[in-house]
Design a protein. Structure first.
Length: 262
């Protein structure tokens, strides 16, 4: 596979993002407001049984990082719909470029954007008592990179066959936000939960991505991470999720979309 088209498409995503300041504000400020408002509102009435104890802002911090990765990665794939409507995507599709390169360029571009914004927010960890070491920072970055790639691939799968940004937002609100809610971002899973809901949380791949990020942030603190899925399980599920989304994106991109023929 020729890497030059993929690199060019990834660079285009970055340049496009920098020029659209509203996307920067929306992808970063919205989770920040969520973190402050929800954390401040629930801090006195909610006691987390996991890391952070009764400090809800501390417990909610990794969930906010995950929200930033989700928002940025998913919103970056909206450009697929816009490119198709403007005719740019059709021009790329008829060029002597493999579909794998197109998929890789789009996903890598969105991954870099999501990872970059998540990393900026991660630097606020000391404000809530999460002290980053070199090991925890590197491990957290690795987990964020894998999750960003997986989420961008998921967004690609959804956006490729759609011709309406309104429909994309509807799918996001119906499908993607519940994935975040049921990952343990807002509240820790409990054994006394309704059984079907507990199983949904267990099969949700974001549950393991978030748990891996928590383990990375609390690296070396076995007491704080005792109730979480193991690190090999979190890393393995996240990698499989990322590979599956990339392969599915290639399969979906290989098909014909009716809007491309118009």
């Amino acid at each position: 596979m020729n890497a030059r088209p993929a690199i060019a498409l990834a660079e285009r995503e970055l340049v496009r993002f920098v020029r659209q300041r509203s996307r920067i504000i929306g992808a970063f400020a919205t989770p920040l407001v969520f973190w402050l408002l929800i954390g401040a509102g629930m801090g006195r009435s909610f006691q987390a049984s996991g890391p952070g104890g009764d400090h809800y802002l501390r417990y909610f911090f990794p969930g906010t990082v995950l929200m930033i990765l989700l928002f940025t990665a998913i919103f970056s794939t909206i450009s697929i719909i816009e490119d198709r409507r403007e005719g740019f995507l059709q021009g790329v599709l008829v060029a002597p470029v493999g579909r794998q390169a197109i998929v890789l360029g789009k996903i890598v571009g969105g991954t870099i954007l999501a990872f970059g914004q998540g990393l900026i927010f991660l630097l606020l960890a000391p404000t809530v008592g999460i002290h980053l070491t070199a090991g925890s920072l590197i491990t957290s970055m690795l987990m964020m990179l894998i999750v960003s790639f997986a989420l961008t691939g998921l967004g690609f799968c959804i956006a490729w066959r759609m011709s309406s940004t309104q429909g994309f937002h509807a799918i996001m609100n119906l499908f993607l936000m519940p994935m975040w809610f049921l990952s343990g971002a807002l509240f820790p899973p409990r054994e006394d939960m309704w059984t079907p809901l507990r199983w949904v949380i267990r099969i949700n791949p974001l549950t393991y991505g978030l748990a891996g990020l928590r383990r990375a942030l609390y690296l070396g603190d076995s007491a704080a991470t005792a109730a979480m899925p193991s690190w090999p399980l979190c890393l393995g599920v996240s990698i499989v999720f990322a590979i599956a989304m990339f392969m599915l994106s290639i399969v979906i991109a290989a098909g014909t979309v009716e809007a491309d023929l118009q």
